[in-house]
Design a protein around this ligand. Structure first.
Ligand code: ZN
Ligand code: ZN
Length: 117
């Protein structure tokens, strides 16, 4: 068992649903070097490469609180409702989410249909 020091990109976050893969700089609830921000959940964070503001950062994704799957924050992949849920768990337990969430998801489904004109 030899751990070669090959350049294994260990800090890579990849969404297990949409396949988005990108490097992250921090995982947790309080990204360093930011304005005392505490996130609502432990998540994968990367510095915003497009912002000159060093304190700006992007939340890439998090792990589903139910199945521990890594999912990005895209609305097609996960939902945050007190905790992070992957969309698969959301669909599985949809009846346990409040009406408001269910309605929003239903709306989203309709509007995200490929627009054929
Ligand atoms: Zn995704
Ligand atoms: Zn899940």
């Amino acid at each position: 068992m030899e751990q070669s020091a090959a350049e294994t990109p260990q800090n890579t976050f990849s969404c297990q649903l949409c396949g988005l893969s990108t490097s992250f700089t921090y995982y947790g609830q309080k990204p360093p070097n930011t304005r005392a921000v505490v996130l609502l959940e432990e998540c994968f964070v990367a510095k915003d490469p497009f912002s000159p503001d060093k304190e700006k950062f992007l939340v890439l994704g998090s792990t589903c609180s139910l199945c521990s799957m890594c999912v990005c924050v895209g609305p097609d992949c996960s939902l945050f409702y007190t905790k992070r849920f992957c969309i698969e768990c959301v669909n599985k337990h949809l009846d346990q989410f409040p009406q408001q969430i269910q309605a929003e998801l239903a709306k989203k489904k309709q509007s995200s249909k490929p627009g054929v004109s």
